[in-house]
Design a protein around this ligand. Structure first.
Ligand SMILES: Nc1nc2c(ncn2[C@@H]2O[C@H](COP(=O)(O)OP(=O)(O)OP(=O)(O)O)[C@@H](O)[C@H]2O)c(=O)[nH]1
Length: 264
């Protein structure tokens, strides 16, 4: 057995000897070709690993404040129909087949928006996020802007979230209501609010236990914050999950479906 192993090993010896001799001769052409080959090989392996981890993360998390419309959007995406909703106290998840020829599926996870629950569920799911579908009630945005920005700030500075840099869709929902703010206005106000939050949070003293561990800097230092400074793609869209006249009227979510289809 041992002899066979030695014989097997000896098959490699001429090659190693050849490489050794060539290196000793320090042929610059061969050396650069060798280095280039190694770089290509390593890049390929790295690309495979990164791609593999992206594919294995299939969860699209629906996050947002209470009553922003996550559960109704979740139901609409899955069944296309209207269903009366109640405040979620736990996460709902289901397989969702994207609207494209590929027919691939993602897992939609609707997380509770209530302040006392959302942190716990975000902690549980954030590492598996392929993407984040952040739902905003555009009709209540003026009143809720600070709270919306705080939740977004929490996500955008979370080291575990930033590690995977999942694409984010900010769905400016309830556009059927006349008071609803446009996606452009929501974006501008959020950028302003996140900028303020960044200043106040970085000025806040860190506790002895280091409560700021796991929290990263938001955007580029020394520049006013805007969403293009983030490592992930952030898109803003307008949608409505039901018609203002009839609750079970048509939803306007085809752009959300389009965004989901592009994830796979
Ligand atoms: N007019 C209008 N109402 C909507 C829309 N989307 C949701 N709603 C209503 O808003 C209310 C809250 O919707 P939900 O889907 O339960 O909200 P949620 O974000 O899941 O709330 P939590 O479970 O508390 O996190 C319900 O009465 C919905 O019918 C919309 O696009 N337009």
């Amino acid at each position: 057995m041992a002899e066979a192993a030695v014989q097997n090993d000896s098959r490699w010896l001429p090659d190693l000897e050849f490489i050794k001799q060539e290196l000793q001769r320090q042929d610059p052409t061969l050396l650069s070709v060798g280095i280039a080959l190694i770089v290509v090989l390593l890049s390929f392996v790295l690309w495979k690993i990164l791609r593999g981890s992206r594919i294995s993360r299939r969860a699209v998390l629906l996050v947002g404040l209470c009553d922003s419309g996550k559960t109704l959007l979740f139901n609409r995406l899955l069944t296309g129909t209207y269903k009366k909703t109640q405040t979620s106290i736990t996460a709902n998840s289901a397989a969702y087949k994207v609207k494209s020829d590929k027919g691939t599926s993602l897992t939609l996870v609707d997380l509770p928006g209530h302040e006392s629950l959302r942190h716990q569920f975000l902690e549980q799911y954030k590492a598996s996020a392929r993407a984040l579908l952040f739902v905003v009630d555009s009709s209540a945005f003026q009143r809720e802007v600070k709270e919306v920005a705080e939740l977004l700030y929490q996500l955008l500075t979370d080291v575990a979230v930033l590690k995977n840099a999942p694409p984010i869709l900010i769905a400016c929902n309830k556009q059927d209501i006349s008071m609803a703010k446009s996606a452009k206005l929501v974006q501008q106000q959020l950028e302003k609010e996140l900028n303020t939050l960044r200043v106040t949070r970085s000025a806040a003293p860190t506790t002895l236990e280091g409560s700021n561990s796991g929290v990263a800097q938001l955007g580029k230092k020394g520049k006013d914050f805007d969403f293009t400074q983030l490592p992930m793609k952030v898109k803003f869209l307008e949608c409505s999950t039901h018609d203002s006249k009839e609750e079970d009227g048509d939803a306007n979510i085809s752009n959300v479906e389009g965004w989901l289809a592009k994830l796979v």
